[in-house]
Design a protein around this ligand. Structure first.
Ligand code: URC
Length: 275
């Protein structure tokens, strides 16, 4: 006999674009996001008994993503996801949890002849700002913020030696290597009881993002790295210090290896591989 143990459903890959027009200055600002919204609740019978009376159509979920982006600020994304998720709990008594993910794509203002252009932007890299939220009747608003896809490289200032050597080891020790990675950094906030608590002191989210990004870049550049493990731990320590409302910080720093194939007096050649 089959049994349904868990279920969630919704819409992914909803693309949202919002422009803010400052009438006084004529300057426009843009935000482009990809949104995923998955609902949980008393929806079992839609699976087990073909009972669609409990289904908020995924098409309506998509429409709600757009409408809430129009009704509320989309910056910071932590506030937008809180409004969006809370809406589903307020409107539908049988929905208990909204799981929302937002990826904010990078549009950086173009400078023309040294002056910021009022309405033109460019994509300066694949880096994104992300938020994952679980908004539930039981716990409130759980938020995880992240920066993802920030590519970095340093051509010296990185070593790796003293590691386990046994019959499986082929890697040589090094006191000077190229270090390159795609940074994925995540910081989990202490749980918020409601949207009002997210709204109060809302600038904390942009400050934490800016701190995480600048700490990541500064530590990566300045640390005389003994290993990826030790460098990422230093980054975590500094972010926790800079953002006291953050509970947990995590990093994923996959090592992109460069293997040396030849040397000239003042330069070296390397081949790159990915883990
Ligand atoms: O900084 C590093 N940490 C490791 O655990 C590791 N393992 C490896 O092969 N190279 C590296 N580099």
């Amino acid at each position: 006999m089959a049994r349904l143990t868990a279920a969630r459903y919704g819409k992914d890959n909803v693309r949202v674009y919002k422009v803010h027009k400052d009438e006084a200055t004529g300057t426009q600002s843009v935000t482009e996001m990809t949104v995923c919204c998955l609902l949980e609740g008393q929806i079992e019978t839609s699976y087990t008994e073909a009972d669609n009376s409990v289904v908020v159509a995924t098409d309506s979920i998509k429409n709600t993503i757009y409408i809430k982006a129009k009704e509320h600020p989309v910056n910071p994304p932590e506030l937008y996801v809180s409004h969006l998720g809370q809406h589903f709990l307020d409107k539908y008594p049988h929905i208990n949890v909204a799981n929302i993910k937002v990826i904010v794509h990078r549009w950086t203002r173009i400078n023309v002849d040294g002056k910021p252009h009022p309405h033109s932007f460019y994509r300066d890299g694949q880096e994104t700002r992300n938020v994952e939220a679980r908004i539930s009747r039981e716990k409130g608003i759980e938020l995880k913020s992240a920066l993802s896809g920030l590519q970095v490289l340093k051509s010296t200032g990185s070593a790796f030696h003293g590691f386990v050597r046994d019959e499986f080891t082929t890697l040589g020790e090094t006191w000077d290597r190229i270090l390159s990675t795609d940074v994925d950094s995540t910081w989990t906030w202490k749980t918020f009881p409601n949207v009002a608590a997210v709204q109060e002191g809302v600038e904390r989210f942009d400050s934490a993002f800016d701190a995480a990004r600048s700490i990541t870049l500064k530590t990566f550049a300045e640390d005389e790295s003994a290993s990826v493990q030790n460098t990422m731990y230093k980054m975590c320590e500094k972010i926790l210090e800079a953002a006291p409302e953050v509970d947990v910080v995590g990093y994923s720093l996959p090592n992109k290896h460069y293997f040396e194939i030849g040397k000239l007096p003042s330069s070296s050649f390397a081949l790159q591989t990915h883990d």
